[in-house]
Design a protein around this ligand. Structure first.
Ligand SMILES: *Cc1c(COP(=O)(O)O)cnc(C)c1O
Length: 460
């Protein structure tokens, strides 16, 4: 086995083959149906085989992946995938990722990978500037917003208890002074998961009332104090709406509370002059969580935890309160729960490097513009748009809930475009998220036509 692998490391054939399969896939990804066909899904059973005793043939392994795997992939990198909040990938970044994959760096410490430490440090600086955050803000590069929220809330938990004279790393939560948690009634499910993981409980939170778009109401914010963690949202996963961060942060800061902002996809509004009004006051918070793999269109898995209080974040994640020694160079693991990690900042760096500030702005504005186009054209076709389209999310319904559900089924089956089901104010909706750089005005035309056709079929 070893001799064979050493030989393969010197040969190009397999890599050339993988490359040609990849080109083949990319050539079709923008044109073919978005969801795999029934036949492609059925063929996935070829993978149900016992682990063999003897080594398999590498070329055969690759061929199997392309022959049966590629057709069963969801082509979310193209322009007509509107499910969840799923970004695409810029081709030059995919190329950079290939190179990074060959490096296979361990991004724990400077000494384990100086290049990755450098790309993390530079990405941190660029992101802080793009979002307009305080200059002392540090960034941890994690798997996604789920984990970035955990990091932000862990820093909050550590710091609020420290101020109350309690070392949560040493003593845990049993017997600790209570922390109040105030969350908008429309917070994302991963916020509640993070609260549960951190022992803060999902059900002991104080739910702050929201308006019909899901925005927290400043006038009905519970009275805050210095034992309170307030969790705000920049970008509601359904409506795309933003909490009024400026007013809410002012109240929280006056009370000495900690503010975390979940801005998984919406924080990127801050990077565009045209959308920045949505995130006004953002910089007054203490911690933020955001995804690169959604709005910025980097490859999966890529989330970022940002925190204004470096010592609080590092102490919380390293479980060591006293005297952390910072070296001159960046040791990425200080800012993440994990030790060993892949070098995901390479893709963030590469994306920002090829886009520049104006490219990021064009990307964000383009998603917003296409979402508005989608909403306008759907209204013109007699569909109902249930949300204020302030960012990239559009909630669509037919005349009755039954017609909505059955139209969505037909739409998903046809495969010309794809969007998911949602529930908004107790009624089923078709949830469209425009999140790919590749989505063109023509993709919207084609998708709207697919919705109209699906509704016709649903009406029989
Ligand atoms: C997607 C999303 C999350 C979770 O992010 P992951 O990257 O999937 O872990 C959290 N909050 C909001 C608002 C989201 O849209």
């Amino acid at each position: 086995m070893q001799a064979k692998m050493l030989r393969l490391a010197q040969e190009r054939d397999l890599f050339e083959q993988a490359k040609s399969y990849a080109y083949d896939y990319m050539a079709r990804a923008f044109k073919r149906n978005v969801f795999p066909s029934e036949a492609a899904l059925k063929n996935l059973s070829v993978f149900d085989e016992p682990l063999t005793e003897l080594p398999g043939d590498p070329a055969e392994m690759l061929r199997m992946l392309h022959e049966y795997g590629s057709p069963a992939a969801v082509t979310s990198t193209g322009g007509r995938y509107f499910g969840f909040v799923v970004g695409s990938v810029f081709p030059p970044v995919m190329a950079a990722k290939w190179l990074g994959d060959v490096w296979d760096q361990l991004t724990a410490l400077y000494v384990s990978s100086p290049i990755m430490a450098k790309l993390e440090a530079v990405s941190e600086k660029w992101l802080v500037e793009l979002f307009g955050l305080p200059p002392q803000t540090v960034a941890g590069f994690v798997s996604g917003s789920s984990m970035a929220i955990v990091c932000g809330l862990a820093a909050a938990r550590y710091e609020l208890l420290k101020r109350a004279g309690w070392d949560v790393n040493a003593q845990g939560l049993f017997g600790a002074p209570p922390i109040r948690v105030v969350v908008g009634a429309e917070a994302h499910s991963t916020v509640f998961k993070a609260l549960a993981l951190l022992g803060l409980g999902k059900e002991r939170v104080e739910l702050a009332p929201v308006d019909e778009q899901g925005r927290m109401l400043v006038s009905q914010l519970p009275k805050l104090d210095s034992n309170t963690l307030v969790i705000l949202q920049a970008g509601n996963v359904n409506s795309g709406s933003f909490d009024p961060l400026d007013e809410l942060c002012d109240k929280a800061n006056a009370a000495g509370a900690w503010v975390h902002v979940d801005g998984a996809f919406g924080l990127w509004a801050a990077a565009s002059a045209n959308q920045r009004h949505l995130t006004r006051g953002l910089e007054k918070a203490d911690s933020w969580s955001v995804d690169a793999h959604k709005t910025l269109n980097t490859p999966y898995d890529s989330g970022i935890a940002l925190c204004k209080h470096r010592d609080a974040l590092v102490s919380a994640l390293q479980a060591t309160g006293a005297y952390i020694l910072y070296s001159e160079n960046r040791d990425g693991m200080l800012y993440t729960p994990e030790m060993s990690r892949r070098g995901r900042s390479l893709e963030i760096w590469a994306t920002l490097k090829i886009l520049g500030k104006s490219g990021v702005e064009e990307l964000v504005d383009g998603l917003c513009q296409r979402a508005r186009q989608f909403a306008d054209q759907m209204r013109a076709q007699g569909f109902r748009v249930l949300n204020e389209v302030v960012f990239n999310q559009v909630l669509i319904a037919c005349d009755t809930p039954e017609e909505t559900t059955s139209t969505l089924q037909k739409l998903q089956r046809a495969g010309e475009c794809w969007c998911g089901a949602g529930n908004w104010h107790n009624t089923p909706v078709m949830r469209v998220s425009v999140c790919s750089w590749a989505t063109t005005a023509e993709d919207i035309d084609r998708s709207v036509a697919a919705f109209v056709k699906a509704r016709e079929e649903a009406q029989g």
